[in-house]
Design a protein around this ligand. Structure first.
Ligand code: KIV
Ligand code: ZN
Length: 512
């Protein structure tokens, strides 16, 4: 058995299935590039057959990514598999991931198929997929709740058909570490040709044990691939979190004895990028990437850490990308210093135009904010107006008046297809008035399903980072805005969400 643990990231597929986390093609491409920088082994880019939009995302990622394997999910039928193969054509290394449910409950109630039919379809699907591509993963959906004899029969058959990876998902997050680990072990012992494939774990977090279950699948069960997402993003309580599982294996190499190829120094940037893109805020006490993950508030801990770091620290903050809130740049910093800092933060802007746009925003921010932290720079480059080619709506300026006992009023000046317009409105508060002022002109009719404000670097001098989630005609989009003035940040976030609603790009549908 090899000592290499394969990290399979499914942020862009399973993560995106989380309601409200849908992403545009550009957003997915940026995240895929960050995953490549992280040296993720396999990037599950989407589910090509689920919509034209998702096909395009998989195709674009397959064209752009060179170092990681790019994978598309597909149901176990020829149409889905052919679509996945087509989307993966430009990939340097591509993988088709075909799945079918194997638990009695799913087969009977969801698929309305007999076990024999599922058995046959699994074989046919893997055979068809292997005719398209060499790297084929088979997943037994709801595998952990499946009958072990039936599952062994299916797995033996699909390995014979050429499946190179066998994934046993705990689809509903029902497993307990020891039981899940032993389940994988039993399967590997009982399937006669089990050594011909790599075994993979895919755990959901409904009972908060996705990371622990995945690690048990590796340690007890002998799996050598973990499927996970950045920040544990995913439906319901999410998936196994990449940063936690990777840092567990790295920090406790004494116990796991496995090599992971991940470059952990890019973890924080990846976490921030996913959080800013989806609007799913990272809780402060989240392991590895939470704002407090390396903060020592109590006097005893501070004293200990000052005397000897390892008294209370098992990992080094800088190893996962934290840079101790350094003041990195200021008003007088030039374009080269800015570009270099972006590179150090793992941010690669694609064109000179994007660098110029980001630098102009940086200068503007430096005029208004004396101290610029790494977090400010990351927020600034995740602002869509840096990367978006053409925007329908653009923020220009805002004025508002609020006074105790009076209804706040706002006037927002913004551009619509390059033409300056202004909207005015009253509201319950200054943010409400500002967004209503925009809406008074645009009349999108969209429903706001989420509004959140986050202080980027923790003090009142910090920039406010706002996420607005809008829903219209079945589409859900997230808009982000950052500014030292949270009312301006809110208006920018609202306009960014409107831009996404306006874009013709087909929304990516969740797994069917
Ligand atoms: O949770 C699950 O079962 C899945 C499969 C499609 C791999 O996401
Ligand atoms: Zn899943």
């Amino acid at each position: 058995m090899t000592d290499k643990l394969i990290i399979f990231d499914t942020t862009l597929r399973d993560g995106e299935q989380s309601p409200g986390a849908s992403m545009t093609k550009d957003e997915k491409l940026r995240i895929a590039r960050q995953l490549e920088r992280l040296k993720v082994d396999v990037i599950e880019a989407g589910f090509a057959a689920s919509s034209n939009g998702d096909f395009e995302c998989v195709h674009a990622i397959a064209s752009a990514i060179k170092d990681s394997t790019v994978c598309s999910l597909s149901r176990a039928n020829d149409r889905d598999i052919a679509r996945a193969a087509e989307a993966l054509k430009p990939a340097a290394r591509g993988r088709i991931h075909t799945f079918i449910a194997t638990s009695a409950l799913h087969m009977e109630k969801k698929l309305r198929m007999t076990p024999d039919e599922v058995f046959e379809q699994s074989k046919l699907a893997v055979r068809f997929a292997r005719n398209q591509i060499d790297d084929v993963e088979f997943s037994a959906e709801d595998g952990y709740r499946s009958d072990v004899d039936f599952l062994c029969r299916v797995i033996e058959a699909v390995i014979k058909e050429g499946a190179t990876t066998i994934n046993v998902p705990d689809t509903v997050g029902y497993a307990i570490p020891e039981l899940y680990g032993n389940f994988i072990k039993t399967l590997r012992e009982r399937v006669p040709n089990s050594d011909k494939a790599i075994w993979s774990v895919h755990c959901h977090n409904d009972l908060g044990m996705a990371v622990a279950n995945s690690l048990a699948g590796v340690k007890i069960g002998g799996a050598r691939q973990i499927e996970c997402t950045i920040n544990g993003l995913g439906e319901r309580a999410g998936n196994c979190s990449l940063e936690e599982v990777v840092m567990a294996v790295k920090t406790r190499k004494d116990y796991f004895g496995l090599d992971v190829g991940i470059d952990a120094s890019h973890i924080l940037a990846a976490s921030r990028m996913v959080s800013q893109t989806t609007g799913f805020v990272v809780q402060p006490n989240k392991a590895v990437v939470g704002a407090n993950a390396f903060a020592h508030a109590s006097g005893i801990h501070q004293d200990g850490v000052l005397k000897a770091r390892d008294t209370y620290e098992i990992m080094r903050a800088e190893d996962v990308g934290w840079s101790a809130n350094k003041i990195v740049l200021g008003k007088l910093s030039g374009r080269n210093a800015f570009k270099q800092r972006l590179q150090e933060l793992g941010v690669m802007l694609e064109s000179e135009g994007e660098i110029m746009a980001a630098f102009a925003k940086f200068k503007d921010l430096a005029d208004r904010k004396t101290e610029i932290f790494d977090e400010d720079i990351l927020a600034l480059v995740s602002d869509e107006s840096v990367t978006a080619e053409k925007e329908q709506y653009g923020f220009i300026s805002l004025s508002q008046h609020s006074e105790t006992g009076e209804k706040p009023q706002a006037e927002v000046v913004f551009s619509v297809a390059g033409k300056e317009v202004r909207g005015t409105a009253e509201g319950n508060g200054p943010v409400d008035a500002s967004l209503k002022a925009i809406e008074s002109h645009v009349q999108s009719g969209a429903e706001m399903v989420l509004y959140s404000v986050n202080a980027i670097s923790g003090s009142t001098e910090s920039q406010g980072e706002v996420t607005v989630r809008l829903q219209n005609s079945g589409r859900v989009v997230n808009g982000m805005g950052a500014d030292p003035d949270i009312i301006v940040a809110s208006a920018k976030a609202y306009l960014s969400a409107l831009n996404k609603l306006h874009s013709k790009a087909e929304r990516v549908a969740a797994q069917g």
